[in-house]
Design a protein around this ligand. Structure first.
Ligand SMILES: NC(=O)c1ccc[n+]([C@@H]2O[C@H](COP(=O)([O-])OP(=O)(O)OC[C@H]3O[C@@H](n4cnc5c(N)ncnc54)[C@H](OP(=O)(O)O)[C@@H]3O)[C@@H](O)[C@H]2O)c1
Length: 224
């Protein structure tokens, strides 16, 4: 079987980096996209020939398109794309919050995800591939006043719509919805919560499932 290729945004840390390691371990080539070139280079060096570091900002459509093009040049195609880059808010609340911080978050969590889908879809169509989106437990239930959660409700809504669109040509779209994960998303460590490897395993389940099985959503919560 020829090697399949996974394009990952937010690959420099947390869930994205753990998914890169899990996918490479499972035999996939991995294209690593995020802003921190130093972290991507270190991860690519750790993984070896199967990894390509692609520094860039996901809120810049042309940067994402160029990264997907370089992925195709290097590995021959894209079999799965993981739109995972995202951020939370330092200051929650509609009245207390900072509208400039909302804008940065919406640009990243919504526009960056859409740009990733837009850049990857033409390639996924060629491979009947899988688009994976990082949603959240915060996108499945209502949390008082959460604006971050509302960006994840967008991800869940869009993911379901894309699953319907992509099935028309044999593609699949999966939303991975974790509860709290121990990543640099939080300032303090969360050792009793989900680990990034747990979420990576869910992504692998979605992209490695047989073509007949469309894994539409995986909702995983810490047991603690
Ligand atoms: N941790 C949780 O409890 C949890 C729960 C549910 C869902 N999530 C979601 O999981 C996803 C990954 O978060 P994480 O927990 O793994 O946190 P993380 O370790 O902070 O990872 C965030 C990633 O996004 C990248 N990123 C941020 N801004 C970017 C930009 N403008 N362009 C490109 N990449 C950018 C970061 O890399 P650079 O800074 O190098 O660009 C980093 O690789 C997010 O969508 C988050 O909302 C997290």
């Amino acid at each position: 079987m020829t090697t399949r290729t996974l394009f990952i945004t937010g690959a420099s840390s947390g869930i994205g980096a753990a998914t890169a390691r899990a996918a490479a371990e499972a035999g996939w080539s991995v294209a690593l996209f995020a802003r921190s070139a130093d972290k991507l280079d270190a991860l690519a060096a750790e993984i070896g020939d199967k990894a390509l570091a692609l520094p860039g900002d996901v809120t810049d459509l042309s940067a994402v398109e160029a990264a997907v093009a370089r992925t195709v040049e290097r590995f021959g195609g894209v079999d799965a794309a993981f739109a995972n880059a995202g951020m939370g808010l330092d200051t929650p609340g509609t009245v207390a919050g900072d509208p400039e911080e909302w804008r940065r978050m919406v640009d990243l969590n919504i526009m960056g995800l859409l740009y990733t889908a837009r850049a990857a879809l033409p390639e996924l169509k060629k491979t009947k591939g899988t688009l994976v989106l990082t949603g959240s437990a915060a996108g499945r239930r209502h949390i008082p006043g959460s604006i971050y959660g509302a960006t994840k409700w967008f991800v869940h809504g869009y993911g379901g719509n894309m699953a319907e669109e992509m099935r028309e040509w044999g593609g699949r779209c999966a939303v991975i919805a974790p509860g709290m994960v121990d990543t640099p998303f939080f300032d303090a460590a969360k050792p009793d919560q989900l680990q990034p490897e747990d979420v990576a395993a869910a992504v692998m389940h979605a992209i490695d499932a047989p073509a007949r099985a469309a894994i539409r959503e995986i909702y995983l919560m810490p047991q603690a």
